[in-house]
Ligand binder design. Sequence first.
Ligand code: NDP
Length: 336
Amino acid sequence: MTDAPTKTLSLEEVKALAKSVLVSAGLDAHSSEVIADLVRMSERDGPRSHGLRLLPVYAQYLSSGYANPKAAPSIRRIAPGVLRGDGDNGFYQVAALAARAELIEMARENGIAAFTCANCHHLGALRFDTGPLAEAGLVALGVVNSLSMVVPQGGVRPVFGTNPMSFACPRPGSEPIVWDQASSMVALMDIKMAAAEGHDLPRAGGLDTDGQPSTDPNAILETRSLLPFGEHKGAAIAFLIEVLGAALAGGTLSVDNQERESFEALNIKGGTTLIAIDPSRFGNPAFNDYIARICAEIEGNGAARVPGDGRLKNRAATQVNGVSVAPDLLAQLQAL
Ligand code: NDP
């Protein structure tokens, strides 16, 4: 960390910087546009750990030959409610964008449909997978499994990834409800960001070399052993994601890190599954009233807020003020 002042970038400057890094790293123009826009949205709404900070990781994937810079994902409908993607060893988000319109159409047709995708790299925040479905009036649940770092309750070595899940649903008269969360107490990128920025985590997120819960990001990065959120309950959710993600999609299991390690890459090519539900096909005409009622019970209830609404506050602020970027990160990106 340096003491140099941070630089403020507008969201459009964030996107332009991201795109130039990706194009320079050899990624094709369409994929660069898709990923750069997601970097912009991550810096706009959060989590910022999945914004500009990820660009060196993307560049490493491309320079090492781990990811295909010119991937042409293929999407096939293999059952009335199942859309299957093969990412051609490119970035998941490009395949997901290609599948989105058909997934929405299938969910409206069947009431429920799923997109499952393997042979791709998912490095981003899941909220941007589920959010667009809620904007289309659907309820969405998305998962992906990632490299093994989370110790099962009572276990001595990591089995699960930080395996995130995201949920989204429409909210009458307002922005959709969208939340996403890792199965670990703290997401890996947040630990790396805390280490890079030189501060402790707000709560113990993993084990130190003595096997004790720790807030020191460097100690946790040394053991690479993270704690699940909510003890055995978080570990059970991580298990579920391993099944819905890796097993259904045919992605890499979290424990299978050999290919990732051979490329010195951050993450495995986990499996992603995104389930889309059309509430208007489920037979409860008062669905929207239920959502409004649940939210009303939370809002104004002490300091509680609807999960995920922090992003709307972030969005309002960054759209006006831009985002401040640490000088060492900016210098690193400009050098890529
Ligand atoms: P957080 O613990 O920071 O937040 C989890 C969710 O809870 C967010 O939707 C957040 O939204 C919401 N939230 C936070 N505080 C409150 C509160 N007080 N009241 C109500 N809602 C709240 O996220 P994680 O650290 O678990 O995950 C960070 C990101 O990392 C996620 O985007 C996840 O998808 C991503 N990730 C990606 C992986 C991959 O392999 N691609 C692997 C692991 C994680 P908000 O603050 O906006 O309200």
